[in-house]
Design a protein around this ligand. Structure first.
Ligand SMILES: Nc1ncnc2c1ncn2[C@@H]1O[C@H](COP(=O)(O)OP(=O)(O)OP(=O)(O)O)[C@@H](O)[C@H]1O
Length: 264
Protein backbone atom coordinates (compact mmCIF):
# COMPACT_ATOMS: atom_id res chain seq x y z
CA UNK A 1 0.00 0.00 0.00
CA UNK A 2 1.32 3.44 -0.83
CA UNK A 3 0.11 6.81 0.33
CA UNK A 4 2.05 9.85 -0.74
CA UNK A 5 1.17 13.32 0.43
CA UNK A 6 3.43 15.94 -1.10
CA UNK A 7 4.52 18.48 1.54
CA UNK A 8 4.34 22.20 1.07
CA UNK A 9 7.99 23.01 0.37
CA UNK A 10 7.49 26.77 0.45
CA UNK A 11 6.72 26.44 4.17
CA UNK A 12 10.08 24.93 4.96
CA UNK A 13 12.54 26.16 2.35
CA UNK A 14 14.28 28.88 4.34
CA UNK A 15 17.96 28.01 4.26
CA UNK A 16 18.22 28.13 0.45
CA UNK A 17 21.77 27.68 -0.81
CA UNK A 18 21.25 27.83 -4.56
CA UNK A 19 17.82 27.49 -6.03
CA UNK A 20 17.17 23.81 -5.29
CA UNK A 21 14.25 23.25 -2.95
CA UNK A 22 15.55 19.84 -1.96
CA UNK A 23 18.90 18.71 -0.68
CA UNK A 24 18.29 15.08 -1.62
CA UNK A 25 15.83 13.38 -3.93
CA UNK A 26 15.61 9.62 -4.27
CA UNK A 27 13.84 8.39 -7.39
CA UNK A 28 12.66 4.77 -7.53
CA UNK A 29 15.79 3.58 -5.74
CA UNK A 30 16.39 -0.16 -5.50
CA UNK A 31 18.98 -1.96 -3.39
CA UNK A 32 19.59 -5.66 -2.80
CA UNK A 33 22.16 -7.65 -0.88
CA UNK A 34 22.52 -11.01 -2.62
CA UNK A 35 18.99 -12.29 -3.14
CA UNK A 36 17.56 -10.01 -0.45
CA UNK A 37 15.82 -6.96 -1.85
CA UNK A 38 15.93 -4.21 0.78
CA UNK A 39 14.68 -1.18 -1.17
CA UNK A 40 12.13 -1.74 -3.90
CA UNK A 41 11.66 1.54 -5.75
CA UNK A 42 11.84 4.12 -2.96
CA UNK A 43 11.23 7.77 -3.88
CA UNK A 44 11.62 10.46 -1.26
CA UNK A 45 12.60 14.12 -1.03
CA UNK A 46 14.49 15.92 1.70
CA UNK A 47 13.49 19.57 1.67
CA UNK A 48 15.79 22.31 2.88
CA UNK A 49 15.07 23.34 6.45
CA UNK A 50 12.88 20.40 7.41
CA UNK A 51 13.23 17.65 9.96
CA UNK A 52 12.23 14.44 8.23
CA UNK A 53 11.72 11.31 10.31
CA UNK A 54 12.14 7.94 8.60
CA UNK A 55 10.20 5.33 10.50
CA UNK A 56 10.05 1.60 9.87
CA UNK A 57 10.52 -1.81 11.42
CA UNK A 58 13.83 -3.54 12.00
CA UNK A 59 15.50 -4.37 8.72
CA UNK A 60 13.14 -2.19 6.66
CA UNK A 61 16.06 -0.37 5.04
CA UNK A 62 16.21 2.87 7.04
CA UNK A 63 19.97 2.83 7.60
CA UNK A 64 20.57 1.61 4.05
CA UNK A 65 18.63 4.66 2.84
CA UNK A 66 20.86 7.04 4.83
CA UNK A 67 24.00 5.30 3.60
CA UNK A 68 22.87 5.58 -0.03
CA UNK A 69 22.33 9.33 0.44
CA UNK A 70 25.94 9.90 1.48
CA UNK A 71 27.44 7.35 -0.87
CA UNK A 72 28.47 4.80 1.75
CA UNK A 73 26.34 2.36 -0.27
CA UNK A 74 25.50 2.56 -3.97
CA UNK A 75 21.95 2.17 -5.30
CA UNK A 76 21.44 -0.71 -7.74
CA UNK A 77 18.74 1.12 -9.66
CA UNK A 78 16.94 4.45 -9.71
CA UNK A 79 18.50 7.85 -9.08
CA UNK A 80 19.79 9.93 -6.18
CA UNK A 81 19.99 13.70 -6.65
CA UNK A 82 21.74 16.29 -4.46
CA UNK A 83 20.52 19.82 -5.15
CA UNK A 84 19.18 18.54 -8.49
CA UNK A 85 22.50 16.96 -9.49
CA UNK A 86 22.65 13.23 -10.17
CA UNK A 87 24.98 11.65 -7.59
CA UNK A 88 23.84 8.04 -7.98
CA UNK A 89 27.16 6.65 -9.17
CA UNK A 90 29.80 9.16 -8.06
CA UNK A 91 33.33 8.03 -7.39
CA UNK A 92 34.44 8.10 -3.73
CA UNK A 93 36.41 11.34 -4.15
CA UNK A 94 33.49 13.05 -5.84
CA UNK A 95 31.45 12.61 -2.65
CA UNK A 96 33.87 14.67 -0.53
CA UNK A 97 32.27 18.08 -1.23
CA UNK A 98 28.85 16.63 -0.35
CA UNK A 99 30.11 15.00 2.84
CA UNK A 100 31.49 18.36 3.96
CA UNK A 101 27.93 19.64 3.99
CA UNK A 102 26.27 16.50 5.33
CA UNK A 103 27.08 14.95 8.67
CA UNK A 104 26.17 11.37 9.56
CA UNK A 105 25.54 10.48 13.18
CA UNK A 106 26.11 6.74 13.26
CA UNK A 107 24.04 4.36 15.32
CA UNK A 108 26.01 3.95 18.56
CA UNK A 109 27.86 7.22 18.04
CA UNK A 110 31.10 5.62 16.85
CA UNK A 111 33.43 7.52 19.19
CA UNK A 112 37.03 6.36 19.30
CA UNK A 113 37.56 4.65 22.69
CA UNK A 114 41.29 5.31 22.72
CA UNK A 115 40.89 9.07 22.23
CA UNK A 116 39.69 11.57 24.80
CA UNK A 117 36.71 13.80 24.03
CA UNK A 118 38.87 16.66 22.74
CA UNK A 119 40.67 14.29 20.36
CA UNK A 120 37.39 12.72 19.22
CA UNK A 121 35.98 16.12 18.32
CA UNK A 122 39.21 17.50 16.89
CA UNK A 123 39.70 14.49 14.63
CA UNK A 124 37.51 15.57 11.68
CA UNK A 125 39.01 19.08 11.79
CA UNK A 126 42.59 17.84 11.86
CA UNK A 127 41.95 15.17 9.28
CA UNK A 128 39.77 17.02 6.77
CA UNK A 129 40.48 20.70 7.35
CA UNK A 130 44.07 20.51 8.64
CA UNK A 131 43.38 23.24 11.19
CA UNK A 132 45.89 24.17 13.90
CA UNK A 133 45.17 23.25 17.56
CA UNK A 134 44.67 26.91 18.54
CA UNK A 135 41.85 27.11 15.99
CA UNK A 136 40.40 23.75 16.98
CA UNK A 137 40.08 24.22 20.76
CA UNK A 138 37.45 27.00 20.62
CA UNK A 139 35.49 24.99 18.04
CA UNK A 140 35.54 21.93 20.32
CA UNK A 141 34.31 24.01 23.26
CA UNK A 142 31.61 25.75 21.25
CA UNK A 143 30.36 22.47 19.86
CA UNK A 144 30.24 20.84 23.32
CA UNK A 145 28.43 23.88 24.66
CA UNK A 146 25.82 23.57 21.93
CA UNK A 147 24.99 20.07 23.23
CA UNK A 148 25.07 21.38 26.81
CA UNK A 149 28.31 19.73 27.91
CA UNK A 150 31.30 21.61 29.27
CA UNK A 151 34.73 20.83 30.74
CA UNK A 152 34.75 17.20 29.64
CA UNK A 153 37.47 17.49 26.98
CA UNK A 154 39.91 15.44 29.06
CA UNK A 155 37.50 12.51 29.67
CA UNK A 156 37.36 9.29 27.64
CA UNK A 157 34.22 7.71 26.12
CA UNK A 158 34.34 4.99 28.81
CA UNK A 159 33.92 7.74 31.46
CA UNK A 160 30.59 8.87 29.97
CA UNK A 161 26.98 7.73 30.32
CA UNK A 162 25.08 6.57 27.20
CA UNK A 163 23.29 9.92 26.98
CA UNK A 164 26.53 11.90 27.26
CA UNK A 165 28.10 9.73 24.58
CA UNK A 166 25.21 10.54 22.22
CA UNK A 167 25.68 14.24 22.97
CA UNK A 168 29.41 14.05 22.28
CA UNK A 169 28.74 12.20 19.03
CA UNK A 170 26.28 14.96 18.17
CA UNK A 171 28.85 17.63 19.04
CA UNK A 172 31.30 15.93 16.70
CA UNK A 173 28.66 15.72 13.96
CA UNK A 174 28.05 19.49 14.05
CA UNK A 175 31.58 20.74 14.71
CA UNK A 176 32.29 21.50 11.08
CA UNK A 177 28.99 23.36 10.59
CA UNK A 178 27.10 20.94 8.36
CA UNK A 179 23.93 21.99 6.57
CA UNK A 180 22.35 18.57 7.03
CA UNK A 181 22.63 16.00 9.81
CA UNK A 182 21.54 12.41 9.24
CA UNK A 183 20.76 10.78 12.59
CA UNK A 184 20.72 6.98 12.71
CA UNK A 185 18.63 6.02 15.76
CA UNK A 186 19.83 8.85 18.00
CA UNK A 187 17.80 7.77 21.04
CA UNK A 188 18.00 3.97 20.91
CA UNK A 189 18.93 2.50 24.28
CA UNK A 190 18.39 5.72 26.23
CA UNK A 191 16.04 6.19 29.19
CA UNK A 192 12.95 8.41 28.61
CA UNK A 193 14.44 11.53 30.21
CA UNK A 194 17.67 11.30 28.23
CA UNK A 195 15.67 10.56 25.08
CA UNK A 196 13.71 13.73 25.70
CA UNK A 197 16.89 15.74 26.14
CA UNK A 198 18.30 14.43 22.83
CA UNK A 199 14.98 15.15 21.08
CA UNK A 200 15.16 18.73 22.36
CA UNK A 201 18.74 19.02 21.14
CA UNK A 202 17.78 17.90 17.63
CA UNK A 203 15.15 20.64 17.59
CA UNK A 204 17.55 23.20 19.03
CA UNK A 205 20.16 22.48 16.33
CA UNK A 206 17.52 22.87 13.66
CA UNK A 207 16.35 26.15 15.15
CA UNK A 208 19.66 27.77 16.08
CA UNK A 209 21.93 26.44 13.34
CA UNK A 210 19.27 26.02 10.60
CA UNK A 211 20.27 22.41 10.21
CA UNK A 212 18.15 20.19 7.99
CA UNK A 213 17.69 16.88 9.77
CA UNK A 214 16.87 13.35 8.73
CA UNK A 215 16.15 11.15 11.72
CA UNK A 216 15.93 7.38 11.41
CA UNK A 217 14.15 5.91 14.39
CA UNK A 218 11.55 3.54 15.74
CA UNK A 219 11.06 5.72 18.78
CA UNK A 220 7.63 7.35 18.72
CA UNK A 221 8.54 10.01 21.29
CA UNK A 222 11.37 11.12 19.00
CA UNK A 223 9.01 11.06 16.02
CA UNK A 224 6.36 13.18 17.73
CA UNK A 225 8.89 15.59 19.17
CA UNK A 226 11.05 16.36 16.13
CA UNK A 227 9.18 15.53 12.90
CA UNK A 228 8.00 18.17 10.45
CA UNK A 229 7.31 15.29 8.11
CA UNK A 230 7.29 11.54 8.34
CA UNK A 231 8.21 8.78 5.88
CA UNK A 232 7.32 5.21 6.66
CA UNK A 233 9.24 2.34 5.07
CA UNK A 234 7.56 -1.02 4.89
CA UNK A 235 8.66 -4.10 2.94
CA UNK A 236 11.16 -2.10 0.92
CA UNK A 237 8.63 0.54 -0.14
CA UNK A 238 7.75 4.03 0.95
CA UNK A 239 4.35 3.22 2.42
CA UNK A 240 3.59 6.75 3.67
CA UNK A 241 4.93 10.25 3.40
CA UNK A 242 3.28 13.25 5.00
CA UNK A 243 2.93 15.37 8.13
CA UNK A 244 2.15 13.94 11.57
CA UNK A 245 -1.35 15.28 11.18
CA UNK A 246 -1.77 13.44 7.90
CA UNK A 247 -0.24 10.33 9.45
CA UNK A 248 -2.89 10.39 12.19
CA UNK A 249 -5.47 9.77 9.45
CA UNK A 250 -3.53 6.96 7.73
CA UNK A 251 -5.24 3.68 6.92
CA UNK A 252 -1.94 1.80 6.76
CA UNK A 253 -2.30 -0.85 9.49
CA UNK A 254 1.37 -1.06 10.51
CA UNK A 255 1.85 2.70 10.61
CA UNK A 256 -1.36 3.00 12.63
CA UNK A 257 0.04 0.47 15.10
CA UNK A 258 3.23 2.54 15.38
CA UNK A 259 1.40 5.79 15.91
CA UNK A 260 -0.83 4.33 18.58
CA UNK A 261 2.28 3.06 20.36
CA UNK A 262 1.39 -0.56 19.65
CA UNK A 263 4.78 -1.35 18.16
CA UNK A 264 8.26 0.02 18.64
N1 LIG B 1 26.36 -4.14 3.95
C1 LIG B 1 25.34 -5.03 4.02
N2 LIG B 1 25.50 -6.28 3.57
C2 LIG B 1 24.48 -7.18 3.59
N3 LIG B 1 23.26 -6.90 4.08
C3 LIG B 1 23.04 -5.67 4.55
C4 LIG B 1 24.06 -4.67 4.56
N4 LIG B 1 23.55 -3.55 5.09
C5 LIG B 1 22.27 -3.82 5.41
N5 LIG B 1 21.97 -5.09 5.08
C6 LIG B 1 20.66 -5.73 5.27
O1 LIG B 1 19.67 -4.86 4.78
C7 LIG B 1 18.51 -4.93 5.57
C8 LIG B 1 18.11 -3.52 6.01
O2 LIG B 1 19.12 -3.04 6.89
P1 LIG B 1 19.02 -1.62 7.59
O3 LIG B 1 20.23 -1.52 8.46
O4 LIG B 1 18.79 -0.55 6.62
O5 LIG B 1 17.73 -1.81 8.49
P2 LIG B 1 17.03 -0.76 9.44
O6 LIG B 1 15.69 -0.46 8.88
O7 LIG B 1 17.94 0.40 9.67
O8 LIG B 1 16.87 -1.67 10.74
P3 LIG B 1 17.13 -1.38 12.30
O9 LIG B 1 15.98 -0.53 12.74
O10 LIG B 1 17.09 -2.74 12.91
O11 LIG B 1 18.47 -0.69 12.41
C9 LIG B 1 18.82 -5.85 6.75
O12 LIG B 1 18.28 -7.12 6.48
C10 LIG B 1 20.33 -5.90 6.75
O13 LIG B 1 20.80 -7.12 7.22
Amino acid sequence: MREANPPNPSAIDETGSGTAKCYFQMREVTKSFGSKQVLNGVSLDIFKGETLVILGGSGSGKSVTLKILVGLLEADGGQVLFEDRDITHLREKEYYPIRKRVSYLFQGGALFDSMNIYQNLAYPLEEHRRLAPREILPMVRESLKMVELENIEHLYPSDLSGGMMKRVALARAIIDKPEIVLYDEPTTGLDPLTTRAINQLIRKLQRELSITSVVVTHDMSTTFHVADRLCFLDKGELAFSGTLDEASRTTHPVLRAYLSGGQS
